[in-house]
Design a protein around this ligand. Structure first.
Ligand code: PLP
Length: 399
């Protein structure tokens, strides 16, 4: 009999995409999806257009063009490895150019996890992490983080809770720093604690560092790859969707020990073949030519956008958790009409024309327990100033 796989009915359309569709239908301002519609750096756009003109339109090597792998290896060496460490990143055997962070994560999970393997996720989590694991029958195991206490901003991770979640089936963990949706920039001490657990129980650490350049107020981004004795077990994953505002280009990378890289590359090839060739050239040029001032300005611009949205949410009576990184704000929507986060998001869209995402999309639903995100809404502030200001004007009208 014809039918979907046993898995298919459990893979629901993401609430983020659903809200974007609802927002388009009413011509609203979309703060739901992290589409990042800010300007693409000129050097990146020019190099991609040049690559199309110059005929770079066939498959690249499965691990990506050598120029970009070299630039990635240099970047990771500069940001993660201590001078005199003696062990650089080899662009010929330790770097894989991928179809975005999503493609990298999918390939890594395919290559490293078997059905039934348990993988730790920290809650609130990013839905693709959960569903990527589920789609290959690995078992996501949620470790809840503690939300900000009154007068504080950050989400706290209890390392003892992490330790208690490890079983004989645990094979890895996914660390998203800075995180979506909480905006948590994992401090070095916490990462060292996670690294100790990973070493003790022989776990892989898959990172998602897509927001590495979006850090505010003196917070410092630290990659688990940079910690002592972590290179062998860390799959460093990052990408350019957000940094260069090119979410539709599908460009990212991973760095891993050469023992794993062949298999990771094979699975990436099987699904994506390669990242789009001209866009690899565009990002290579960006990485080669844009220096510290570009990244510093990116963080400052977004810190300013963060303040604009924080102020509007406060005025609207939705107490915001001020994030240290990434570009989302989780705000308290208990006063917005609706019994669930999804109802509240739709009520807000109806009342103001501003789309946000139900917080419940980022928390587990446990039997007999109310989802911890039902009273939260997530707002994205990576928008052009005019759109962000229009959204804030509408939100303030709720006051
Ligand atoms: N990882 C996180 C935490 C994200 O928030 C997003 C996009 O919102 C992605 C990955 C998607 O990355 P990419 O476009 O490189 O696949």
């Amino acid at each position: 009999m014809l039918g979907l796989s046993e898995l298919a009915p459990r893979m629901l359309q993401s609430e983020i995409r659903a809200m974007s569709v609802a927002c388009d239908a009413v011509g609203g301002v979309n703060l739901a999806q992290g589409v990042c519609d800010t300007e693409v750096p000129e050097v990146v756009a020019e190099a991609a257009q040049g690559a199309i003109r110059d005929g770079h339109y066939i498959y690249t090597r499965l691990d990506g063009i050598s120029r970009w792998r070299r630039a990635i290896a240099e970047k990771v060496e500069a940001s993660c490895l201590r001078a005199g460490d003696g062990s650089g990143v080899d662009p010929e055997g330790e770097v894989l150019v991928t179809s975005g962070v999503s493609g990298a994560l999918h390939a890594a999970a395919m290559a490293l996890f078997d059905p039934g393997d348990e993988v730790l996720l920290f809650e609130p989590f990013y839905g693709y992490h959960l569903n990527t694991l589920r789609s290959m029958r690995a078992v996501p195991v949620m470790v809840p983080m503690d939300g900000p206490r009154l007068g504080q901003t950050g989400w706290a991770l209890d390392l003892e809770r992490v330790r208690a979640a490890v079983t004989s089936r645990t094979k890895g963990m996914i660390v998203n720093t800075p995180s979506n949706p909480a905006g948590k920039v994992f401090p070095r001490a916490e990462l060292e604690g996670l690294a100790a657990i990973a070493r003790e129980h022989d776990l892989f650490v898959l990172t998602d560092e897509i927001y590495e350049h979006f850090v505010y107020g003196g917070a410092e981004h630290v990659s688990p790859f940079a910690l002592p004795e972590m290179r062998e077990r860390t799959i460093l994953i990052s990408g350019f969707s957000k940094t260069f505002s090119v979410t539709g280009w599908r460009v990212g990378y991973l760095v891993a020990d050469r023992r794993w890289l062949g298999a990771l590359g094979y699975f990436h090839d099987l699904t994506y073949v390669c990242a789009p060739a001209p866009f690899q050239h565009g990002c290579a040029a960006g990485l080669e030519q844009l220096g510290r001032p570009f990244y510093a300005k990116l963080a400052l611009d977004h810190e300013r956008k963060r303040s604009i949205l924080v102020e509007a949410l406060e005025a609207a009576g939705m107490r915001p958790n001020v994030p240290d990184g990434a570009y989302y704000i989780l705000a308290d929507a208990s006063e917005v009409p609706g019994a669930t986060g999804a109802e509240k998001a739709r009520a807000l869209l109806k009342q103001t024309g501003v789309a946000a995402v139900a917080g419940s999309a980022f928390f587990a639903t446990r039997p007999g327990e109310r989802n911890h995100g039902e009273d939260l809404l997530r707002f994205c502030f990576a928008k052009k100033d005019a759109d962000l200001e229009e959204a804030c004007r509408r939100l303030r009208m709720m006051a």
